[in-house]
Design a protein around this ligand. Structure first.
Ligand code: IMP
Ligand code: MG
Length: 179
């Protein structure tokens, strides 16, 4: 059967995103006063958020990226995580902030935290733009949380459906229907 998709509504506006990201940047800058942080972005969804967040952080800040993917279809994660690209930097003794677009089941971050945690960083924190709390299957400590979102498929501001919609300036809800 053919699938059709459409943006049903705007969930978080560009202005609301900007305001909250400013606050997160201030919070991180305060928590890490006098220190350097490494923002570790998970490709590709976190790129837009990370770019904005980094510019709201006033302490010295490195950026590095990792690519992981979970097996499964377009809208559901399976729990198995595959690592595609590792960090360039050594994080031993460093302050790592993992930057994620959205936490759903928590499987992806559980694996990433396990792998990065084994490299002896000084601190390891999680910063996510969106949090689908009601879908969580494993417990993940979220230190910096942009917005809680309902159990709907969201797109925009880096988040995709089949690689589309990442360039939207707002977060929208996508409806996928069978035709
Ligand atoms: P988790 O491993 O189930 O926590 O899944 C996290 C990943 O699933 C995110 O990094 C996204 O790539 C993807 N994901 C989960 N929910 C959504 C959504 O509503 N829109 C777009 N991507 C999503
Ligand atoms: Mg992702």
């Amino acid at each position: 059967m053919k699938q059709a998709e459409r943006i049903e509504r705007e969930l978080i506006s560009e202005e609301t995103l900007r305001g909250r990201i400013k606050e997160l940047g201030r919070e991180i800058s305060r928590d890490f006063a006098g220190e350097t942080v490494i923002l570790v972005g998970l490709l590709k969804g976190s790129v837009v958020f990370l770019a904005d967040l980094a510019r709201e952080i006033t302490v010295p800040c490195h950026m590095d990226f990792m690519s992981v993917t979970s097996y499964g279809n377009d809208t559901e994660s399976s729990g198995e995580v595959r690592f595609l690209k590792d960090l360039d930097e050594d994080i031993n003794g460093k302050n790592v902030i993992i930057v994620e677009d959205i936490i759903d089941t928590g499987y992806t971050l559980r694996e990433v935290v396990k792998v990065l945690g084994a490299r002896s960083p000084k601190t390891i924190k999680i910063c996510t733009l969106l949090n689908k709390v009601s879908r969580r299957l494993v417990d993940i400590p979220v230190h910096y949380n942009g917005f809680d979102v309902p159990d709907e498929f969201v797109i925009g501001f880096g988040l995709d459906y089949a690689q589309k919609y990442r360039n939207l300036k707002y977060i929208g809800v996508l409806k996928i229907s069978e035709e």
